[in-house]
Design a protein around this ligand. Sequence first.
Ligand SMILES: Nc1ncnc2c1ncn2[C@@H]1O[C@H](COP(=O)(O)OP(=O)(O)O)[C@@H](O)[C@H]1O
Ligand SMILES: [Mg+2]
Length: 408
Amino acid sequence: MDHAVIIAANTVNYNDSRDLPCKINEMMEESKKNEWLKELKASSHKQRERCMPGTRVDVLTNIQVWLNDLNMPNILWLSGSPGSGKTTIASTVVADFESLSGQFFFCRDQAEFCDPDNLWRHLALDLALGNDALGKSIAQALEIQKANIRGLDISTQFEHLIVKPVQELFQHTVTPLLIVIDALDECDKYEKLLPSLKSWSWRLPKFLKLLVTSRHYLDIKGTLDSVSNHIGLYTGEEVSDQTSNDVEKYFTTRFSVVTRLQTSLHLNWPGPAKISFLVKKAAGLFIWAKCAMDFISHRGGDTEERLNVICSDSGEGIDAIDTLYQHIVFVAFQGLREPEKNSLSSVLGTIVIAKNPLRASDLEQLLGVRDALSIISQLSPISSLTQSALRLFGLILRSTVSVLLGLV
Ligand SMILES: Nc1ncnc2c1ncn2[C@@H]1O[C@H](COP(=O)(O)OP(=O)(O)O)[C@@H](O)[C@H]1O
Ligand SMILES: [Mg+2]
């Protein structure tokens, strides 16, 4: 007959009373492990956009090949300019790759996700939750350090929380485990992480694969180039045909949604010539393609007129972004009533001249406006950049808005 006892609010089932001490022991170990792992508790990542189906197929395939080939370096470095699509690729990998065992998306706008001190703790927790034995080993490391992991320097945290537990347990596994670190360059003082990242290549086994994305900074390149496989998302004059094809696919798909919704437009609108023109202007920058399409397809706007406005400029890539933002701000102002124009001017003006990044609540207090984010949402094609904080927005718009508001 089966028996059960309740210990510390947990039910322990057993058949034979000789099993009981062993079962109790297991349960106590488990609860001790969970207690120690609580020291690593961290916020979870927000959901991010993924690649439009049919785009970045080559990059995703190359990542998959690298992942399954244990003879290749255990680090893959994906580099590219801001807006080239690195985070979107990293999010797609996180969502679609079964071997995912941990993720950390650095993000300048969230204090917790730009602090280099949080990286190894966060990833250790992910690894611990995915593998019971590893969890025990990481919990032991915390017990030995009396959970004082935060007080240790970053390389020592890496050693205690990742290297030792993994080395103790896994030397012979052949199934790859994947860790994704996105936007290393958005980490404050990312230089502090470079020594441990480099040592990942030789301290950790081949099956523990690390995908790192960042801008093409020289010190990151100097650290990772010799120990990793590299994929570059080139933009501007160096843009690859493959990337241009992906951007073309993006435009074609988004225009097909526009023409389906607006029956006054021909189904093939705006046609291959205009699309190639836009692809050339984007020069591999997905962020430009996205903003341009959000601007063109903005509800209530004159779609054809908006496309003409965008096509009337000559710049490409980064230059074209400045001009695109100027159009967006200009058109947004045209459609507003006087009091709305005043609120938007004061909010944008404050963002532009602020020395430090501002939160929506700072703006509301400073200017006495009711809802700073909804005022900014009048610039809807670029307002997605403002959801969590206004810093990036401030940087990008500084030149554009300064001119428009007569601040310089
Ligand atoms: N493959 C893609 N499919 C659809 N949209 C994309 C794709 N790549 C990028 N984007 C769009 O471009 C924007 C900028 O890309 P992102 O991945 O954030 O660039 P990065 O991380 O290199 O700065 C994203 O918010 C997304 O809307
Ligand atoms: Mg990014």
